[in-house]
Design a protein. Structure first.
Length: 202
């Protein structure tokens, strides 16, 4: 992999690109928040002989520092597009982990005909249309939900997310208990908490 630099008006981005023929598949690896290009070392080692690969340190991460923390997802997508154009990545497959998945989605929204694929690793959809009303409600009231739900449930703080997921399962009449990060969540407690929170909202 060859290390390259891309200058912006706010700082310098560092990224790495393989020397493969431009006619092969093009993979772009985008690490998440607080991570850098090393997150994908194993994947790059494997694919660099089979495809053209690019991995970056996003602004304010790894070797792309110093860089002010004033960027948005659209800013990152625009910088990424400039780098990909410079390197001749015409139809890349974007592989985004966590925040890298959000950058990928912003890129696809801004440049709908550029990417030929998207692999999401521990990321979730940015578009509100993917979420149910109760999920949006829980996100909007997350602090209030946690304050009310935790004393009732006496479990890990991520329980509110699990409660929303369990609520959706109930709507589909799926009654198996949900398991996440080794925590078993009892069905009736989740439903009681969900109903309690919804009733409090009015």
């Amino acid at each position: 992999m060859r290390k390259r630099e891309f200058e912006t008006d706010r700082g310098t981005l560092r990224y790495w690109v393989s020397e493969n023929d431009e006619e092969t598949a093009q993979l772009v690896f985008l690490p998440g928040l607080t991570a850098d290009h090393r997150l994908f070392d194993k994947q790059v080692d494997y694919f660099a002989q089979r495809a053209r690969c690019l991995v970056w340190d996003p602004p304010s991460h790894g070797e792309s520092r110093p860089f002010p923390l004033d960027w948005s997802l659209d800013d990152l997508a625009l910088m990424l597009e400039q780098i990909l154009s410079r390197e001749g990545f015409e139809r890349p497959i974007l592989v985004g982990q966590s925040m890298g998945g959000y950058v990928s989605q912003a890129f696809i929204r801004l440049f709908p005909d550029r990417a030929c694929g998207f692999v999401s690793v521990d990321s979730c959809p940015l578009d509100r249309s993917y979420y149910t009303a109760i999920e949006l409600w829980a996100l909007k009231h997350r602090e209030e939900c946690l304050q009310k739900a935790l004393p009732v449930l006496d479990v890990h703080p991520f329980v509110i997310v699990m409660a929303v997921q369990q609520w959706r399962r109930v709507q589909r009449n799926i009654r198996q208990p949900l398991v996440m990060q080794g925590v078993f969540v009892k069905f009736d407690l989740l439903i009681d908490a969900g109903v309690l929170l919804m009733e409090d909202e009015g």
